[in-house]
Ligand binder design. Structure first.
Ligand SMILES: Cc1cc2nc3c(=O)[nH]c(=O)nc-3n(C[C@H](O)[C@H](O)[C@H](O)COP(=O)(O)OP(=O)(O)OC[C@H]3O[C@@H](n4cnc5c(N)ncnc54)[C@H](O)[C@@H]3O)c2cc1C
Length: 404
C-alpha cells in the first residue's frame, strides 16, 4: 500500500533519525508489535515499561508510514461530535469516549516530557461554525460538553471577531489540546523500548502468522520466525489486510506547510483551528513558526490519482486559509497527501477479533485524532495483557460494530 504522496514535512525536517536494523535471526518475545509508527511505538513503550519483552518490526523505516504524513494536532475532540455519538450510543458512552481522549492529551504530554528532544507544545483548540446554519449545532455541542464537565468557552460572533478576527456565528474554545512532531515522538519511543531490553527492526515485513494454544508463530518476508505469546497488529491502515471484515473506509487527506512566518502568527501561535464543515479544514503552527494546514479530504484511495492532486489541493487549502487570515504572507513550502481510514462512527478498534482468537490484537487508531487514539490503544492493550479491563475496552472493541 502506498500511504503518502508528495513531500511530508516531518521527513524533510528530521531526515532518517535512526536506521533500526533488519531482523536476521529467529527471536522469541512476550509481544510482537507489527508497525513502528506512532501507534506501535506507544504500544511497545507501554508494554516494555510494564516489564514485557517486546519486539517491534516494520516493513518500512520506522515512522515512515502515515505517522510522517500526519499534521499531529492533538485534540480530545473526535470527528463525530459528542451529540452525534450520544444519539448513537447514549450520553454515558459518548462522554466516556471524549473523557478518554481528554485524558490522553495529558498522558501524551507526560510521555513527551519524559523523552529527550521531542517537539511538543500545549495549545488551545478552536472549533468554529464555518456555515451559518451550523451555529445552533455548535452551541448545542458546547452546552452538552459543559454539562459533562469539559473545560471550554462557547464564543458568539462578536467574541470570535474580537479575539480571533474570524467571522463565524459561534465557536468552542478549549484549553485542552497540544501539537507534536509525531515522527520524532515515535523514534524517541522506539529508542526507549530498546533501553528496556526490547528490539526494534525496520525493513522487516510480517508475511504470515499462525496461532496455537500457547503462542503465535509469525514469519517475516525474509523467512525469519518470531515466536511470541501475543501479537499486536499496529500496522496502520494496512492492518485491514489481516481482516475479512471491513471495519473502515480509506480516504486521502491533503496538507501543506508554509514557509516560516516569524512573529506573524498572532493567535495561531497557541491555537489549533478546525471547522464544523465536513471534510474540515485544520491548521496549527510548527516550532519554527510555519503554518501546517490540512483538509480537502476525498475518497481517493488510488495513489496515482492522489499524487496528481497534491499541488491543486494545496493551492485550494492556501486560498481558504488566506481568506480566513488575509494578513498572513502564506507561501507553500512543502505539500503532501496521506491515506487515512475512517470507521463509520469515528471511533477506533482495539483488541482481539474473532477471526484470529485471543492472542492476536488489533490496534486500529482510525480517525482524525488518530494519535490521541493511539495513546488510548496503548493503555487499553497494556491493561488487557496484564489481565485488567480498560474503561473503553468494550466501546472501542470490534464487538461494538455488530452489537450496537
Ligand atoms: C494527512 C494526514 C493528517 C493527519 N492529521 C492528524 C492530526 O492532525 N491529528 C491526529 O491525531 N492524527 C492525524 N492523522 C492520523 C494519524 O496520522 C494516524 O492515526 C497515525 O499516524 C497512524 O499511526 P500508525 O502507527 O497507526 O500508522 P503508521 O504510521 O502508518 O504505521 C504503521 C506501520 O506499520 C507498518 N506495516 C504495515 N504492514 C506491515 C507488515 N506486514 N509488516 C511490517 N510492518 C508493517 C507500516 O510500514 C507502517 O510504518 C493524520 C493522517 C494523515 C494522513
Amino acid at each position: 500500500m502506498d500511504l503518502k504522496s508528495g513531500v511530508p514535512f516531518w521527513q524533510i525536517k528530521n531526515g532518517l533519525l535512526h536506521a533500526f536494523p533488519r531482523l536476521v535471526e529467529p527471536v522469541r518475545c512476550d509481544v510482537l508489535v507489527v508497525g513502528a509508527g506512532i501507534t506501535g511505538a506507544l504500544i511497545g513503550d507501554h508494554l516494555a515499561r510494564a516489564g514485557m519483552t517486546v519486539c517491534v518490526i516494520d516493513q518500512r523505516e520506522a515512522g515512515w508510514g502515515s505517522t510522517s504524513a500526519s499534521t499531529a494536532l492533538l485534540q480530545y475532540e473526535i470527528d463525530t461530535e459528542m451529540q452525534a455519538l450520544a444519539k448513537r450510543y447514549g450520553e454515558a458512552d459518548a462522554v466516556l469516549a471524549y473523557k478518554a481522549c481528554e485524558q490522553a492529551i495529558g498522558s501524551l504530554r507526560k510521555i513527551a516530557k519524559s523523552l529527550r528532544g521531542v517537539d511538543f507544545q500545549s495549545m488551545q483548540s478552536l472549533y468554529y461554525a464555518s456555515r451559518w446554519f451550523h451555529k445552533t449545532r455548535v452551541e448545542r455541542e458546547g452546552a452538552l460538553r459543559l454539562a459533562n464537565g469539559f473545560r471550554l468557552e462557547v464564543l458568539d460572533r462578536a467574541a470570535m471577531t474580537a479575539r480571533f478576527g474570524i467571522d463565524a456565528p459561534s465557536a468552542l474554545l478549549t484549553p485542552v489540546a497540544a501539537e507534536t512532531d509525531p515522527y520524532q515522538l515515535a523514534h524517541r519511543l522506539l529508542g526507549r523500548i530498546e533501553t528496556h531490553g526490547g528490539h526494534v527492526h525496520a525493513r522487516t515485513a510480517l508475511k504470515t502468522f499462525t496461532t496455537a494454544r500457547a503462542e503465535v508463530r509469525a514469519e517475516t518476508e525474509d523467512g525469519i520466525t518470531i515466536r511470541c505469546k501475543q501479537l499486536i497488529l499496529a500496522a496502520g491502515y494496512e492492518s485491514q489486510t489481516w481482516l475479512r471484515q471491513r471495519v473502515a473506509a480509506n480516504r486521502s487527506s491533503y496538507a501543506f506547510v508554509s514557509e516560516p512566518m516569524p512573529g506573524q502568527l498572532g493567535m495561531l501561535k497557541n491555537t489549533l483551528v478546525w471547522e464544523s464543515a465536513r471534510p474540515y479544514l485544520y491548521l496549527r503552527r510548527t516550532a519554527d513558526e510555519r503554518l501546517l494546514v490540512g483538509g480537502e479530504d476525498d475518497h481517493y484511495d488510488i495513489p496515482l490519482r492522489r499524487d496528481a492532486r497534491v499541488a491543486a489541493k494545496a493551492d485550494t487549502l492556501r486560498t481558504r486559509v488566506s481568506r480566513l487570515f488575509p494578513q498572513l504572507p502564506l507561501r507553500i513550502a512543502f505539500a503532501w497527501a496521506g491515506t487515512f481510514a475512517e470507521t463509520e462512527d469515528g471511533l477506533p478498534c482495539f483488541g482481539p477479533h474473532e477471526q484470529h482468537g485471543p492472542r492476536v490484537h488489533f490496534a486500529m487508531a482510525y480517525g482524525g485524532n488518530g494519535i490521541t487514539y493511539s495513546l488510548i490503544g496503548a493503555e487499553l492493550l497494556r491493561d488487557a495483557l496484564l489481565g485488567k479491563t480498560h474503561p473503553c475496552a468494550e466501546l472501542f472493541s470490534f464487538a461494538r460494530l455488530t452489537r450496537r
